[in-house]
Design a protein around this ligand. Sequence first.
Ligand code: SIN
Length: 294
Amino acid sequence: MLAGVKFRNPVIAASGTFGFGLEYRQIAQKLGGIVTKAITLEPRAGNPMPRIAEVCGGIVNSVGLENPGIQRFKTEILPRLRNLKSRLIVNIAGSKTDEFVQIAEMLEEDQITALELNLSCPNVREGGVLLGQNPKLVKNLTSAVRKRTRKLLIVKLTANFVDPAVTARAAEDSGADAVTVINTLFGLVLDENGQPLLGGRTGGLSGPAIKPFALFCVDRVAAAVKIPVIGCGGIMNGQDAYEFLCAGAKMVQVGTANLITPDRSWKIVRELAVICRLKKSVQFKKVRKARCKK
Ligand code: SIN
């Protein structure tokens, strides 16, 4: 359950790592949900290639929010997702409050469970991380969208040069139902000549390299807000997912692991179920209580 909405399990495919759920539908069906690639008002071509670099412990991406825009999403993609059995969460991005509001108003279809506001993309000049670093902007944007949608409203936060506990509180105060913690961390990859390797020059680091920091952020945010936290950052297996739940997350998002093998999230669902059975979930409660006493 997330803010009163039932999910079949606590594992969600993170935005940008499962496309729109069309290619691996048989896997998408078995997850708690999938978050779509970010959708903007107008189509975006994204950043120049190359867009992904492998680094020690993860990857750095500089996709730049490539997407077909809200109109094509509604007419060409949404109808093909009609019978999806898992929860559909649409990640939305923009550079101004108005854009987020317009997109939210256009996504009233019943098949969509939640909107995830992307206030944390490190790969665009306007919007993205710049919005999520400023608690005032987080507040204004969240409350503007909240007024226009009755869907579950999730805010995806950044931890780049900002305390996510502060921005999570801003999101909570303005009507968010949940927060996703965290998006990728700023990264720069250089080639053998010391030149930027990625077409967008800098990018966002994800994968196991960020897991300890992501856990730290989840622990911190979960102690600061009452709304549920969705943990994200370097989850590669069931044990990782279990640790995020112990740190205070209510659900988890799996990202980079899906890019290695598309069925990794489903494997994590099964591994997590075994671990929870073994630990009988009692440990979660103990850990959470201990954290609350801090
Ligand atoms: C991108 O499209 O550049 C990545 C999306 C994100 O980090 O939110």
